[in-house]
Design a protein around this ligand. Structure first.
Ligand code: 0HH
Length: 205
């Protein structure tokens, strides 16, 4: 199988959940840095003028959540039936809502809004805690799903912002720990290269 190509800036940002999915499932990929020549050489070629972009042979996709679902369908990370698939999508859509709020804080209101944002996290995380607790700590009990990587990354970036934010959420904390300790993911996240990779494009985290 030829390697997927992931076109993005050299940051974690919106592509990190996709990288984690590929790493955990032994799927080869290469990062393509779009910084050089951005925007003129890139924007006209991108379906919505934005990255990330996934290239699978002659097939090109943008929209990070579409890319996750594509890989989920291709690599059996989409549950076993339509109801499981819908639950995975539902949780992934919830993750997207929380990611949008995070992105808004990071890029538009970091200094003035950080304290209030952190104070509001328990009100959000209680829902995710309840959802996972009802399913033995997983999105789908006993199965890997594409949304695992998006939820993991969401928790991970919030832990950087507020290291104690999962202290009252044991199910979410165990979910995060389990994925962080999977051998491929642990190895990937232990390199100096990964540790130096900015989380966001403006240096805030
Ligand atoms: N809904 C889309 C998705 O989920 C949103 C994509 C998006 O916002 O895929 N793309 C942004 C880049 S992510 C984009 O293409 C934000 C990171 C910005 C970091 C830039 C600087 C990095 C320097 C090292 N934005 C460019 C644009 O819209 O022109």
């Amino acid at each position: 199988m030829s390697a997927y190509k992931l076109v993005y800036f050299p940051i974690r940002g919106r592509i990190e959940p996709i990288r984690l999915l590929l790493v955990d499932n032994d799927l080869p990929y290469e990062d393509v840095n779009c910084s050089a020549g951005w925007p003129d050489s890139w924007k006209p070629k991108l379906a919505f003028g934005q990255v990330p972009q996934l290239i699978d042979g002659d097939f090109e996709l943008v929209q990070s959540n579409t890319m996750l679902r594509y890989l989920g369908r291709k690599h059996d990370l989409y549950g076993g039936d339509v109801k499981e698939g819908a639950r995975i999508d539902m949780i992934n859509d919830g993750v997207e809502d929380y990611r949008l709020a995070y992105v808004k804080l990071i890029y538009q209101n970091y200094d003035a809004g950080k304290e209030e944002f952190i104070a509001g996290l328990p009100a959000k995380f209680q829902y995710l805690e309840k959802l996972l607790k009802a399913s033995s700590g997983a999105i789908i009990k006993g199965k890997k799903t594409y949304a695992d990587y998006n939820l993991f990354d969401l928790l991970d970036i919030h832990l950087l912002l507020a290291p104690s934010c999962l202290d009252s959420f044991p199910t979410l904390k165990a979910f995060h720990d389990e994925i962080a300790n999977r051998p491929n993911i642990k190895k990937y996240r232990s390199t100096d290269e990964w540790k130096k990779l900015p989380v966001n494009g403006n240096g805030k985290q």
